[in-house]
Design a protein around this ligand. Sequence first.
Ligand code: PLP
Length: 474
Amino acid sequence: MTDIAPAAPSLPAPDSAVPDLTVPDPGAGKAVFERDRAHVFHSWSAQDQIAPLPIAGAAGARFWDYEGNSFLDFASQLVFTNIGHQHPKVVAAIQEQAARLCTIAPGFGNDKRAEAAELITSYAPEGLNRVFFTNAGADAIENAVRMARIHTGRPKVLTAYRSYHGNTATAISLTGDPRRWANENAGHHDGNVAHFFGPYLYRSSFYATTEAEESERALDHLEQTIVFEGPGTVAAILLETVVGTNGILIPPPGYLAGVRALCDKYGIVYIADEVMAGFGRTGAWFAVDHWNVAPDLITFAKGVNSGYVPLGGVIISDAIHDTFRNQVFPGGLTYSGHPLACAAAVATIEAMRDERIVENAAWLGENVFGPTLREFAERHPSVGEARGIGAFWALDLVKNKETREPLVPYGAGGAAAAPMNAVLAECKKHGTWPFTHFNRLQLTPPLNLTEAEAREGLAAIDKALNVADSYTEQ
Ligand code: PLP
């Protein structure tokens, strides 16, 4: 852990009334903590079992607490600060927009909203030319599904196990991880959803031993799912292009083209969820670019403006847009296309383009993350597989490399998750903040990370893997 908080970036000089948060102030941190615990209700948590760390500030790839500890943000928070913290061009764009026009209702035309939509579609595959703006990822999913259902006149959506799509009723039902279960038990559920297994060669559901086999068998399984669910009932197939939270699962060659072909064969809408994988995370503007497929709808959020102001949306194909030329789309949001959020998106995308940030993510993946993490997999008994692309990496941690038994069981929480919590604590002790999910350590830093920062974080991960190794059956 470093003692000295890094200098803030070259932003305009702070107002004298604003405290300098780079100077440690434990008393202020304690006050934040107490106020938080008295009044803030946190996501995905038993409220008495959490101790949220008060954060004093952040700049670039780092954030720091009130005690003077700073952390390299190898999670990009929840995988959204793709251009790092406090990027001066985006901060300035938000300030400028706030001074000019903070907000205007969605029914009006607005310059930044139109500019953001034009920029976003300019990076989307051919034939996707319209954007419906939402506040975040879950409501993007919700509205994409609504569009697909109305466009096809069919109710059902097929989606993969090992996926996360958001926290609203339909989005959580589409989710293929345990967060769905508690919601189902609470009756918070969209019943027109069926799940299938996507490709994951390291833990193949299809007894495959090569990527080609995995792709072919996963596609065969998907087609059988369509046939047995009834093709005439299926509105959409929804897929994270690269599965994010549930493991950084990269589709084998041919799989996404095969999904596109099945959708065409059965008249099904292909929705690519790029809420996490989009906007440069994989080293391409959209992850589908790596496999040259054009979905009918793309959902996005997070990286579109690095979460500086909440924003998400759906990029819509011309064919689906045509459905709503003379038919009302029965959906809307008070803040759809919020000018502050859209101004932040324009500035973010321009900064990413001008500073070659997406290219940097691709470079880091090929030259730093890939080789280093694969070397960790050879040297550490706990690393079953290192996989990733761009600035999107996972270490699949195991008890035993032969059996591939996960270091902690699927869905592990509480005491069962202790080994992963120990690994995470060790990373933080060495000043690096990655993210963990079940048996995986996931590394998703800002895309404009420098090589030196990448190597610094990886050195901390290397040390923390010694803790993971101590839990293996060597
Ligand atoms: N889809 C994917 C792939 C995600 O990773 C997430 C969030 O992590 C969502 C949807 C939901 O986004 P939000 O939390 O902004 O509603």
